[in-house]
Ligand binder design. Structure first.
Ligand code: UTP
Length: 291
């Protein structure tokens, strides 16, 4: 599976004023912008075509994955080879494509914008505002690909167990059993705690066959008046299609940088894990907290 779709068109209103003029997907977490970690994660599992579903105000994402010749030459001329190495990612064997979601009608609608690009192939969806695992080193997409091949299903979703007070923020699964890879019997978008069938929240990574487009076509706007991806998955289950879930491991936290609390935490975690500066930052914070 070599195609991935990264939706990045959302307004990111929960991070205003930062997101007034820059995409949240370009926020730094440690040394890199969020979306670079995501592209690196996908590249590691064999994705070589990435379609960004984008919008006005998101051109810095396009620039980030383009080659900046002027910068490369300036670094070369001044002998800054070590800094040049930081730009290696823009030489991945990947091709980047961009299409605009012309109306912000929700995540499901953003995925619909990928239909003609994807054709009849299965594809990965990775949300542009969520990292999986410290330094984004998770191999969950690989495990999802394995599940997809073994089960011959239409959808595979990554899930993370969340505390009670967070179930109303995510799509929540009704799992068939409590194994690491499980059949999903139902999914509900942002349920109340009483309605939630479990604490298993959709964790920003999906695999779909093109059947998802037929389902997206059929559903009505759901929560918040948006075309909800979760509702389309639910419809597929109701039509008898097989949907599977893969649990994140306990050392594989999801970092959703879409709100300040989670963003601050993600930045601190990644900075503390920094090879060069993490130990010094740890000492600084320890002294600061003691004072
Ligand atoms: P969110 O719902 O968290 O993003 O979508 P948002 O709408 O930007 O955030 P707030 O609520 O205003 O703060 C998760 C991902 O889906 C993309 C977003 O860019 C984000 O990466 N998305 C969401 C779209 O591409 N299009 C949409 O219509 C909605």
């Amino acid at each position: 599976m070599n195609i991935a779709v990264i939706p990045v068109a959302g307004l990111g209103t929960r991070l205003l004023p930062i997101t007034k003029s820059q995409p949240k997907e370009m926020l730094p977490v440690g040394r890199k912008p969020v979306v670079q970690y995501i592209v690196e994660e996908l590249n590691r599992v064999g994705v070589d075509q990435v379609l960004f579903i984008t919008g006005p105000g998101k051109t810095s994402i396009e620039n980030h994955f383009d080659v900046n010749k002027e910068l490369v030459e300036a670094l070369r001329e001044t002998g800054k080879e070590d800094l040049l190495a930081e730009l290696q990612f823009d030489r991945f064997q990947a091709r980047y494509f961009f299409t605009r979601q012309r109306e912000l009608l929700g995540l499901g609608h953003a995925i619909q914008c990928a239909e003609s690009f994807v054709g009849d192939q299965p594809f990965v969806v990775a949300l542009g505002d969520s990292l999986i695992g410290l330094n984004a080193e998770s191999d969950v997409v690989q495990r999802m690909q394995r599940c997809f091949e073994e089960q011959g299903c239409e959808v595979v979703i990554a899930f993370e167990e969340v505390p009670d007070n967070e179930v109303s923020r995510y799509g929540i699964a009704k799992p068939k059993d409590d194994s690491e890879v499980f059949e999903v019997l139902d999914v509900v978008e942002k349920p109340s705690l009483e309605e939630a069938p479990s604490n298993l929240a959709i964790a920003a990574r999906y695999i779909f066959t093109p059947k998802i487009f037929d389902a997206l076509e059929k559903i009505e706007p759901g929560k918040g008046g948006e075309i909800q991806l979760t509702d389309a998955i639910r419809l597929l289950i109701q039509q008898g299609e097989k949907v599977y879930g893969v649990r994140l491991r306990s050392d594989e936290q999801r970092y959703d940088i879409g709100n300040f609390e989670a963003y601050f935490r993600a930045f601190i975690e990644f900075a503390l894990a920094d090879e060069k500066l993490g130990a010094a930052l740890h000492d600084y914070l320890a002294a600061r907290l003691e004072a």
